[in-house]
Design a protein around this ligand. Sequence first.
Ligand SMILES: Nc1ncnc2c1ncn2[C@@H]1O[C@H](COP(=O)(O)OP(=O)(O)O)[C@@H](O)[C@H]1O
Ligand SMILES: CC(=O)N[C@@H](CCC(=O)OP(=O)(O)O)C(=O)O
Length: 290
Amino acid sequence: MKREDVLMEALPYIQQFHNKTIVIKLGGHAMVDPVVLENAIRDAVLLHYVGIRVVLVHGGGPEISEKMKQMGKESVFVGGLRVTDTETLEIAQMVLVGKINANIVSLIAKCGARGVGLSGSDGNLILARKMELQKVNVGGVQKEVDLGHVGEIEQIDPALLNTLLDTGYIPVIAPIAIDRQGGNLNINADTAAGDIAIALKAFKLINMTDVDGVMDKGRTKVYRKLTVREAIDLQKSGAIGEGMIPKVQSVMKAVENGVGYAHIINGNTEHNLVLELFTHDGVGTMISLS
Ligand SMILES: Nc1ncnc2c1ncn2[C@@H]1O[C@H](COP(=O)(O)OP(=O)(O)O)[C@@H](O)[C@H]1O
Ligand SMILES: CC(=O)N[C@@H](CCC(=O)OP(=O)(O)O)C(=O)O
């Protein structure tokens, strides 16, 4: 394809997305390589300058696990959620708010835009309550597990985000919530991104991870398109494993609650974000209502 054709292919999309809100979730596994991360941020800044209201929600699971390991703590996940005792919550806050969030804001500045780092406590953005006990199957026996300081989102207040977007900032959100007693809770970043997309009535939710999309049980093929029904069937068949569980759940919830389109794409492949948005074929898996 000629260079001018590539640019012209983007035009209808640029027109369609102008002034629309797009929530991008940057997964921890797509941020391991600093060069890959910087490229993703540069893409996000490009979207900002073509008139898209860009909101970034980031994870950082692998870095939290690494820090826990350094401190002699083992990471335990139940249904894709980290069991979070008091010390783990402190580590998660340190890594997510203190390190990753601040780094993304700096990269946005380096790429020529203005980012504002937030956690769910800022402006009561993510109000949550402690998650109820989770049922798990241990050797055929049903057990109830307390996940500790893990939150279930009660309410998203998008007021601060809208103010920032209206004034030309790119909000960058760490998945730490506030509860009614002023305490903090650890939230899965996929769930946070999905609920934020719903509250902002986003046009698109794009979840960037380390695989090319949702795959079959044998991990031999990537589904390019899944309806909510098909995604539920895939879940029931056991094809969706840990890590992918909260992603699929959050994108299904998003499209069921007014978000136009939801995508799970590979954030480790350079410029996948712009390819998804500005080319006919797109990339990754698109999840839609029907
Ligand atoms: N059906 C599936 N299709 C693709 N990936 C899957 C599937 N089931 C489980 N996974 C796993 O989910 C992982 C992505 O989740 P996760 O590690 O939590 O990423 P992130 O850090 O981006 O949130 C993939 O690397 C893959 O190992
Ligand atoms: C409750 C819970 O599991 N919180 C996550 C928050 C970070 C996250 O979700 O990071 P990724 O997007 O990289 O997986 C955690 O502690 O790992």
